[in-house]
Design a protein around this ligand. Structure first.
Ligand code: NAP
Length: 256
């Protein structure tokens, strides 16, 4: 088990379809103690019922749009569990109108909101975790991104811009946090039917195209993405930082 003795924080659990849930299951199967955070606006009871499937886990409310909320959440985790070895950021949000309309119509507010929640919150989380001195030696930060940052994907719009900001942020974060020996990486997941994905127009046709054209002719599962995340949390990835690893059955390499 590659995560034996490690403690990892999984931020962004919503329901059993969440990629965060796949990541939690992989981490647990690999021996990690799993700690969750959920959107402060979410029903506490629903989240607690879900995570009870993972023995010893606990979830803490966290609003990714507030440094104060992130700090409070991480402080509580440190108080209850001590230092941790990994933090997964599995959080994104854009206004529905900005995903339904042409990208050119994105409002100033919508552009800032998508980048704030989906990209800046990862930077804030890593900085606050470091300030709180809650990271064990060799700690690893992971976030989730999507191919819509690299190429135009119908309906992904401002979220593609936010993911591009996220992917560039990890490079600068890797440089800064590398001084302490911490690593920062992203997993670029293939499309998966989750609650967030429902906001994207014609998402079903994206799944069909991936199945037809990806070298492995299938869509990925949350567990497959979780397994790559577990690898990045583990000592097996001790030389990997500032990287975006595609877990997309190879779709990103496909041309004509
Ligand atoms: P999901 O289950 O809906 O997870 C998204 C999470 O972000 C939810 O728990 C959501 O909570 C949380 N969130 C949104 N705004 C927040 C805020 N202000 N504060 C705290 N939490 C907030 O969907 P998912 O597809 O698993 O998404 C997880 C990550 O994977 C996202 O970064 C997404 O962009 C990325 N990703 C998804 C796909 C895909 O096809 N599904 C592909 C590649 C990458 P609420 O629902 O309660 O707001």
């Amino acid at each position: 088990m590659i995560l034996e003795g490690k403690k990892v924080v999984i931020m962004g659990i919503r329901n059993k379809w969440s990629i965060a849930w796949g990541a939690a299951k992989s981490a647990y199967e690999q021996g990690a103690q799993v700690i969750f955070t959920h959107n402060a606006a979410e029903s506490e009871d629903k989240v607690q019922a879900l995570i009870s499937e993972i023995p010893g886990s606990k979830s803490y409310p966290c609003d990714a749009g507030s440094d104060e909320s992130i700090r409070k959440c991480l402080e509580s985790i440190k108080k209850d569990f001590g230092k941790v070895d990994g933090i997964l950021h599995s959080i994104a949000h854009a206004f529905t109108d900005d995903l339904r309309n042409d990208f050119i119509n994105t409002s100033r507010e919508g552009y800032a909101h998508a980048c704030d929640i989906s990209a800046y919150s990862f930077v804030a989380t890593a900085r606050i975790a470091k300030e709180l001195d809650m990271l064990n030696e060799g700690a690893s930060f992971v976030t989730f991104t999507y191919f819509g940052s690299e190429k135009v994907m119908e309906g992904y719009n401002v979220m593609g811009v936010a993911k591009a900001a996220l992917e560039t942020s990890i490079k600068y974060m890797a440089k800064d946090l590398g001084k302490e020996g911490y690593r920062v990486n992203a997993v670029s997941a293939g499309p998966i039917k989750t609650l967030s994905a429902k906001g994207i127009k014609d998402f079903g046709s994206i799944l069909d195209v991936v199945e037809q054209r990806a070298p492995l002719h299938a869509n990925v599962t949350t567990k497959q993405v979780g397994d790559v995340t577990a690898f990045l949390f583990s000592n097996l990835a001790s030389a990997v930082t500032g990287e975006v690893i595609h877990a997309d059955n190879g779709f990103n390499v496909t041309g004509i």
